[in-house]
Design a protein around this ligand. Structure first.
Ligand SMILES: [Zn+2]
Length: 478
């Protein structure tokens, strides 16, 4: 057996083995002996040091990410789009979505995973471990894409997870806990106005289970009809069968592009997420008297549009009053009716998004926004016809042991890392309700996301895949 051939060692292999090599004189001694028994001992030492099996020597030689294949897969998946490249538009249960699902299921099968789907189209690919009765370790993300967005959001965490499994297979790794990849249905709210639909259901959202029966899209197609069109939610299916019991997974880890500029600006390879900010969204309607823009004099107006404008500024004020950089608020939608230049707005509709890593502080902002809406309506003589908190989700904290596993994996791979907060939310926010959770971020160009310019380099993606692979190894063996 002549596996000590420096020319065969690729960079990624060296990154993993070198620290072990340098720190273990016994190991370096045994390398030069080159006989089977000594390999056994050396690998045992490596295992003890690293905390996970290092595989057989031949398999160890092939520890590397198949970047060419991964790049090709990202491009091929991006082609399942309703808008031309470089943009990607992939909305759930459309023909393109169904074709993309078929593509991903084939990749999962190609990686030797057993594939199942639930009643709403969450897709699971399982690598059965040596102790299949233990709760599995899960990873995954989404692949739906809002109109005219990019090809990396979510996709890196799905195709990257499949590649992480391939890496581990080439590596000769044998999981103890089963490893499972989850492709979540509809993380984006594009079609039915519900974000993280698949993971919310997996986490057992009763509210969503109830509301899905009457949920329709903009074309008045019901959620259930759309799901049936895509081959899910058949008559015999009970949507509540989607819900996973707490404890189904021992841990859940999601690989994702940062969608912000910090890692790229700092030249840091890996972001380790410690918390996901708590999102909330609110819908507000004001109704006033309307009237002719020339004929109704200023003292006689009840302008719903000005009430909305005043509330938008109040949102900013209340957010800033929190005194924390982590509190944010946005009025992303402000519609005026009838929307004519010579007509005083008789109706105004606002949609407000506010987030914080501190749930109490975020709730305080919501309370103040509510009080301001009442006060403004009163002062301006308009009616506050709706103030609806659409969702008010708690934040999620990453699990300490998963953070530690990700840190160790980064160190072993000699990659710089940063502990950070995810201000965007992800399927992980909901998976955290039923499983210890962690997230790995990789840099993306200028922090761009949700637009065609979204980009992550293959080097950064490969780094993320390696950290994910080693993290899964650790979690599978605990
Ligand atoms: Zn995403």
């Amino acid at each position: 057996m002549s596996w000590v051939k420096p020319s065969c060692w690729n960079t990624s292999l060296l990154m993993v083995v070198l620290p072990l090599f340098l720190l273990s004189p016994l190991f370096s001694f045994r390398l030069v002996r080159c006989d089977a028994d000594h390999f056994g001992s050396a690998f045992k030492i490596m295992e003890e040091f690293s905390g996970y099996p290092v595989g057989e020597p031949d398999a160890l030689l092939s520890l590397s990410v198949g970047t060419d294949d991964l790049l090709k897969q990202i491009d091929e998946l991006a082609a399942f789009s309703d808008t031309p490249a470089p943009s990607v538009t992939r909305v759930i249960y459309t023909d393109k979505d169904v074709a993309a699902r078929r593509y991903v299921k084939n990749l999962m099968k190609g990686a030797g995973l057993s594939v199942r789907e639930d009643a709403v189209g969450n897709i699971f690919g399982r690598w059965v471990g040596s102790e299949p009765d233990l709760p599995a370790v899960a990873t995954g993300s989404h692949m739906d894409a809002i109109p005219y967005s990019g090809k990396y959001d979510g996709v890196v965490g799905v195709l990257g997870a499949i590649e992480a499994i391939n890496v581990l297979r080439r590596y000769g790794f044998k999981p103890k806990r089963s490893l499972e990849i989850v492709l979540f249905t509809s993380e984006e709210p594009t079609r039915f106005g519900i974000s993280c639909l698949g993971s919310r259901l997996l986490a057992g959202s009763e509210e969503l289970l109830k509301s899905l029966k009457s949920t329709v899209d903009a074309q008045n197609i019901s959620f259930l009809d759309a799901a049936r069109y895509a081959g899910y939610a058949q008559d015999q299916d009970d949507i509540s069968s989607v819900v996973l019991k707490k404890g189904t997974y021992a841990s859940f880890v999601e690989l994702h592009i940062e969608q912000g500029p910090i890692l790229e600006e700092e030249g840091t390879s890996i972001g380790i997420v410690t918390a996901i900010a708590a999102p909330a969204s609110i819908k507000v309607d004001f109704e006033g008297g309307g009237g002719h823009a020339g004929a109704v004099l200023m003292p006689n107006r009840n302008d719903a549009g000005l009430a909305a404008a005043e509330l938008a500024l109040a949102v900013e004020k209340h957010v800033l009053e929190s005194g924390s950089i982590d509190t944010v608020g946005t009025v992303g939608i402000l519609d005026l009716h009838p929307g004519a230049i010579n007509s005083i707005p008789s109706k105004a509709h606002l949609e407000i998004d506010t987030r914080d890593i501190d749930e109490g502080r975020r709730n305080e902002v919501i309370k103040k926004i509510h009080q301001s809406a009442f006060r403004i309506a009163n002062n301006r003589g308009v009616k506050l016809s709706e103030f609806k908190i659409v969702n008010q989700d708690p934040p999620a904290l990453s699990d300490e042991s998963i953070i530690r596993a990700m840190e160790i994996a980064s160190t072993e791979l000699n990659l710089s890392r940063k502990l950070m907060i995810s201000r965007a939310y992800h399927d992980s926010l909901f998976m955290a309700r039923i499983s210890p959770m962690g997230m790995i971020f990789i840099p993306c160009y200028k922090g761009y996301s949700h637009k065609p310019e979204e980009y992550s380099s293959m080097e950064d993606i490969a780094n993320g895949v390696k950290v994910l692979a080693l993290t899964l190894v650790k979690l599978s063996l605990t």
